[in-house]
Design a binder for this molecule. Structure first.
Ligand SMILES: Cc1cc2nc3c(=O)[nH]c(=O)nc-3n(C[C@H](O)[C@H](O)[C@H](O)COP(=O)(O)OP(=O)(O)OC[C@H]3O[C@@H](n4cnc5c(N)ncnc54)[C@H](O)[C@@H]3O)c2cc1C
Length: 474
């Protein structure tokens, strides 16, 4: 097979949809201007434009997709640097992928997984690492107790739950510490929770963790491959869904257009930055709340919304991908999946593309470990990752044809991943204002979704909800 040298490829080399300043019709009065061309903004745009509304989508970056971002790493190979998995209940994402003509394929799970602990590797089949009977029973019991608590939450009005405020002022980390005594089980549960929430568990309230789990089905469902949130991937990459939505509203999307102000005037709103402004009757803001701070609103937003914007923080995750000539670990009967409880590299998956000769191992590193990794150079990160892979998959792992990692923490228009969470004590008090319109300003984005918060599905649903709010008003 012809071997291409991808080692020189950098993200900046990838073709942009548009690098030049867009032409905007500034005399028009738009029905709705949408800020952000991620899945939520593009889905809102699709629905409003199909309803005959005159819309404009303003995107700060030079590409659409936001937290979906697919990079080619070979003729048919790709890596998703943002969202990639869809699964049980992600009905809108499956529907959109089908409409786009994109097939889905199951996450690779054949072969043995590896548990890495205290410098030793042990292999196992299935989803339960061999931590010892007592540790496993303790972990299962905690998950059961957590999911039972979560099942009592009403997703429409979680803040009405008894003890909501008390649970919101308590960290999920301290709850785990107090609920589980077995050390190995505690470490495993904490790593699992950090992998979902992408932050130190002292900074996540028990209440918010419960609501997020309920919004995903359950904690069990959120971490599962088979019949869970991680069961499938999208052929060609998840950004394909964003590109499909973009193709439906292309003429109404302007890239390289960061919005820095939204001003309500007597008869319309003015939206723009120092280079341009446009008029609209309604605005949908889809930017993650922490980066909404870049926008000045006149008049000021209601105090509840300001509190939410000032109290939300994005998580931290680094997604690291090593591309090899072949998926050589499969020859050894390994699945490529690894769980590590006491090293910086916490997990890996086989992210190879079906039908390709190449093999791809992807790691996601979360929370404080991700912050630590981001202090290092790309070369240093690469060395750490490849060494960890070599410990598990053998020496061949040291020689990928390409290594590529990315963290949305370094993206000023998104600020982190997978999503934003509120500081402890805020959600129970102000959560009901997350999706509430502020006059003519409507709010979308995965963080505002009732279901599948933080997921691509949540983003799509939130865009639909915001579009319908506007359609129901006229
Ligand atoms: C590494 C990673 C892995 C993930 N894995 C999964 C997964 O496997 N499965 C899953 O379902 N989800 C996953 N997610 C989450 C999923 O990708 C997101 O929930 C979803 O894509 C968010 O879409 P959104 O439209 O709400 O926000 P975004 O995609 O963040 O879109 C917001 C847009 O607003 C733009 N913007 C910001 N400020 C301005 C401004 N001032 N003016 C104009 N535009 C602005 C941004 O540039 C961005 O394009 C992952 C995310 C990451 C980062």
């Amino acid at each position: 097979m012809e071997r291409t040298d991808f080692t020189k490829t950098t993200l900046a080399d990838t073709p942009l949809l548009s690098a030049s300043k867009p032409v905007i019709e500034t005399d028009e009065l738009y029905d709705t201007v949408i800020i952000g061309a991620g899945l939520s903004g593009l889905n809102a745009a699709k629905i409003l434009s199909q309803a005959g509304k005159k819309i404009l989508v303003l995107e700060a970056q030079d590409r659409v997709g936001g937290r979906t971002w697919t990079q080619p790493v070979g003729a048919n190979d790709f890596v998703d640097l943002g969202g990639q998995w869809i699964g049980k209940g992600h009905d809108q994402m499956y529907k959109l992928a089908a409409e786009a003509g994109l097939k889905t394929f199951p996450t690779y799970t054949h072969g043995k997984n590896v548990l890495r602990l205290e410098g030793k590797s042990s292999s196992y089949k299935g989803e339960t690492p061999p931590l010892g009977l007592f540790a496993l029973l303790s972990a299962l019991k905690l998950m059961y107790v957590f999911d039972r608590k979560a099942s009592k939450i009403s997703l429409e009005n979680p803040w009405m739950m008894e003890n909501a405020s008390e649970m919101d002022n308590r960290s999920v980390g301290s709850w785990i510490d107090e609920t589980i005594s077995n050390k190995k089980a505690r470490i495993m549960i904490k790593r699992t929770a950090e992998a979902m929430l992408c932050r130190n568990l002292e900074n996540v309230s028990l209440f918010q963790a419960l609501v997020n789990a309920k919004a995903t089905g359950s904690l069990k469902q959120a971490e599962k491959v088979e019949d869970g949130a991680l069961s499938d991937r999208i052929s060609g990459g998840a950004q394909g869904v964003s590109h499909f939505l973009y193709s439906l509203v292309k003429d109404s999307v302007k890239l390289n257009c960061p919005v820095s102000f939204v001003t309500q005037l007597e008869n319309y709103m003015l939206i723009g930055n120092e280079d341009f402004s446009v008029k609209a009757k309604k605005v949908i803001v889809t930017a993650p709340l922490p980066v909404v701070k870049n926008i000045t609103f006149s008049p000021e937003l209601p105090i509840e919304k300001q509190t939410l914007i000032n109290s939300m923080e994005m998580g931290t995750v680094v997604k690291c991908n090593a591309v090899y000539d072949t998926p050589f670990w499969r020859e050894a009967g390994l699945s490529g999946s690894m769980v590590c409880l006491d090293e910086i590299v916490e997990l890996s998956v086989d992210n190879s593309v079906p039908g390709s000769d190449r093999g791809i191992i992807t790691s996601l590193i979360h929370a404080d470990r991700a912050k630590e990794l981001l202090q290092l150079s790309e070369q240093e990160r690469k060395e750490i990752l490849l060494k960890a892979y070599a410990n598990i998959f053998g020496e061949k792992a040291l020689h990928p044809i390409l290594y590529i990692d990315y963290s949305f923490t370094n993206n000023p228009w998104i600020g982190g991943a997978y999503s934003g969470l509120l500081k402890n004590g805020i959600y129970s008090k102000y959560g009901k204002h997350l999706a509430k319109p502020s006059g003519n300003i409507h709010w979308a984005g995965t963080e505002t979704s009732t279901l599948f918060k933080g997921f691509m599905e949540g983003a799509v649903l939130s865009g639909e909800r915001a579009a319908k709010e506007i359609l129901s008003q006229n």
